[in-house]
Ligand binder design. Sequence first.
Ligand code: AMP
Length: 484
Amino acid sequence: MSFADLGLSDELLRAVSEAGYSDPTPIQRQAIPPVLMGRDIIGIAQTGTGKTAGFVLPMIDILSQGRSRARMPRSLILEPTRELAAQVAENFEKYGKHHKLSMALLIGGVSMGDQVKALQKGVDVLIATPGRLMDLFDRGNILLTGCNLLVIDEADRMLDMGFIPDIEQICTKLPANRQTLLFSATMPPPIKKLADRFLTSPKTIEVARPATAASSIEQRMMRVDSRKKKDALVRLLRAEEVRNAIIFCNRKTTVRDLATSLKRHGFAAGQIQGDMEQADRIRELDRFKNDEVSILVASDVAARGLDIKGVSHVFNFDVPWHPDDYVHRIGRTGRAGRTGIAITLVARDDAEAIDNIQKLIGTKIAEIGGEAESPPEAEAATAEPKTGERRRAAERPARRSRTKTSERDAQSDEPKATPKAPPQRDREEPAARAPSPRAPQERAENSRPAGGQPSRRGRDSQPEPADEGWNGPVPSFLGQGFGG
Ligand code: AMP
């Protein structure tokens, strides 16, 4: 089935082909026709499946009929983070280039005045994070009575961040006969309840998780002594054909320490974690995207929504506490037709976590040469490198990072997983573990209590909760509040 079979307009088909896409992804195939017919949709799909275009494309055709009115957006897309909101806005720019649609982005960290000006002109598409939207609504700057199309994206993420009460409020302010599209990677009971309450006879579409579907990701794991994880990582970074890599850690402090340590070892490494200012994170991501650094050490907040082309490797320095996070993390490589390698370092204490991950993805992850005892050269690798070594090491990733994208794509000589090695018995201290999965980091990195109804007053002066890594070029409208 091609895009032309989905009922989209010629202008849109032109924009899609100019974007370089020839075949719709499964979520696009299943979602676009019913959305065009005006149906409500529950899309169980994650980032990486092409779900954004799954709602952006039909929305553009639907909105091309009709005109916007001052302060009355015609459609509303709710996103949990400003980065995801900006990414959706980029999609509208990309696919809507042959249409005359106006768009406003309501997110924290951007001047409210400009956003209000954009709204006053009237917009076809309003993309917002719930907090900022409610702020502007409370101030009387938005009327949602003309908003006939609502998208609730990443609903389970919204739940994690305590946005559900806001979303419920927002839903009640829209016309009851609107069209509603809800996307979520999982369907926990509160999301199911939300869908039952606010969607009308929805069509449910479920697509395979990218991790299970994507044979483009070669997954490996390596058993390590928890005290020697850094050594193992350094060895892997030197041994593997690492063009560029995202390295995930479970804690912000680990992100900081590891990035510093890798730099000391001569690697061109950057970092992104929830404690950093938005501008700093964007700068770090840009450095990674522009190949100024070839390694990005990241916490999970960066895992969702990151869409960086051509990431050759993902390393899990820590096994994620929550199996879903594993899927999100490794989905940063092997994207959109490219191949990628995901390597997870597994300490003895991670046995249960890795077991849960393998259950979730429904496959055994291939083991590669684990070492309970590091060989002497590994010890040497963690020692402060000598000047010459430091230079050589520094050059290696930098040289690779200069490879052009087109050349990268042509490379197909990625190393294959070595045959399964018997598990090694580590002798190690049990690592300090968080009492419950996921919650510690989420809470620490988000400024809003999960499930709570945060105070609305002065919201815009607070940092946007749950900051994810914005991966795209910063769209021109991000600073001005509107575009399109
Ligand atoms: P999403 O799941 O919306 O975050 O999209 C994941 C990635 O897939 C993005 O880089 C999109 O640009 C890309 N993409 C979207 N639709 C297609 C398609 N039909 N074919 C190939 N790549 C696509």
